[in-house]
Design a protein around this ligand. Structure first.
Ligand SMILES: *Cc1c(COP(=O)(O)O)cnc(C)c1O
Length: 369
């Protein structure tokens, strides 16, 4: 039995990139983030689509993701956001990947292998401007840059940094952008050439003109999700992921009957219950028990009772003419109704990224477009 399946609209992903490009303008290059299996949408098909519609770079977290893309024939520059360890120096060279660096030791090892092979290795240097995570602390950046730029065989493409509060705090975001600018200015004064610099995630790409520099790194928006609802006025994004299943069983039960583990739901009237063959093992957050909704025959139906490992019950008393095997939309659109990742995230007390990753981890994909 097919429990549930994802429908991935690759055309929407292509269109979303085009929409983002309209906002950032022709002079800014794009580096869509395809980490976490392209936010659950499927790494290789998404990368191929992005290559086809003219993305300039791709960003992944781990070197394994980069190798997978190379093996699939992706030719564009692939940036490894988390950097590389000593054991990964060789594959960086072999697969022509572009690591982000923030440690002198790794930089010098990359320099060595480049020299040994009579070539250059492209790198970006990560600066911590206020994320408190990876990267050279911005105050120490000028010295680090000076040392690394003296290493032969390294082709420093530019600097990169990551924003901590782009969606929530304008003042601090601007502070981070300014710290980044200051480091860039100092590098320029020191005669270090940095042609491609990037700090903007989705939110900054769409909302902070001064954050664009030469490249932007959108993730969430590529997949059609708005970083904040207000941006709906500014750009037309289309969610690329749907999650669907089919009704496994239907029955009517009388009033005062408990449904599912713990009897957290008890019928108050004669109730038509549809049983779905998906549960938290397929990424349906247990927090959606008695809270979430699905769409059947273009109508919303509430989830009743506790979500089980592989079964979920919905109340379909108000929906006529349904049968076993009827298609059910858990994430996505049907008729005039829609359930978004943001809605699910809010009910499950998490963020839309988590919703996409979780459905993406646990379910087979069907691609269209
Ligand atoms: C995930 C990630 C992004 C993309 O962020 P979105 O909010 O999804 O646009 C950009 N840069 C880095 C370093 C990231 O880890």
């Amino acid at each position: 039995m097919q429990a549930g399946w994802l429908e991935i609209n690759l055309k929407a992903i292509g269109n979303n990139l085009k929409e983002i490009k309209k906002i950032i303008g022709k002079n800014v290059k794009t580096m869509p983030v395809v980490k976490a299996n392209a936010y659950g949408h499927g790494l290789v098909p998404v990368a191929r689509k992005l290559e086809e519609v003219g993305a300039d770079f791709l960003a992944v977290s781990y070197i394994e993701e980069g190798i997978k893309l190379r093996k699939a024939g992706i030719k564009m520059p692939i940036v490894i956001l988390l950097g590389v360890s000593e054991a990964e120096i060789d594959p960086v060279f072999t697969y022509g990947l572009t690591p982000i660096i923030y440690e002198y030791k790794i930089a010098s090892m990359l320099s060595e292998i480049a020299q040994k092979n009579n070539t250059n290795i492209a790198v970006f240097i990560k600066i911590d401007t206020g994320m408190g995570r990876l990267g050279v602390f911005y105050k120490e950046a000028p010295l680090f840059l000076k040392k690394v730029s003296a290493l032969p065989g390294l082709k420093i493409q530019g600097l990169t940094s990551h924003l901590a509060v782009a969606e929530t705090d304008k003042t601090f975001t601007e502070k981070q952008i300014n710290r980044f600018k200051t480091v860039l200015d100092e590098a320029q004064k020191a005669g270090i050439n940095l042609p491609y610099n990037h700090i903007a995630n989705s939110m900054a790409s769409l909302q902070y003109k001064e954050s664009l520099f030469q490249i932007v790194r959108p993730g969430l928006s590529i997949y059609g999700i708005y970083p904040i609802p207000l941006l709906k006025k500014k750009i037309n994004l289309q969610p690329a992921m749907s999650f669907k299943t089919r009704i496994l069983y239907l029955k009517s039960i009388p009033p005062k009957i408990g449904v599912s583990y713990g009897h957290t739901f008890v019928t108050t009237q004669k109730t038509k219950v549809a049983v779905l063959p998906v549960g938290y093992d397929q990424g349906l957050f247990r927090q959606l028990s008695n809270k979430g909704e699905v769409i059947i025959k273009g109508k919303k139906a509430p989830i009743i009772g506790t979500i089980c490992m592989h079964l979920t019950m919905v109340d379909v008393t108000h929906i006529d003419g349904i049968e076993i095997g009827e298609e059910v939309v858990i994430l996505g659109k049907q008729g005039r109704e829609q359930i978004t990742a943001e809605e699910i995230a809010q009910k499950a007390n998490t963020i839309s990224y988590d919703v996409l990753c979780r459905f993406g981890r646990s379910n087979p994909r069907r691609f269209k477009g």
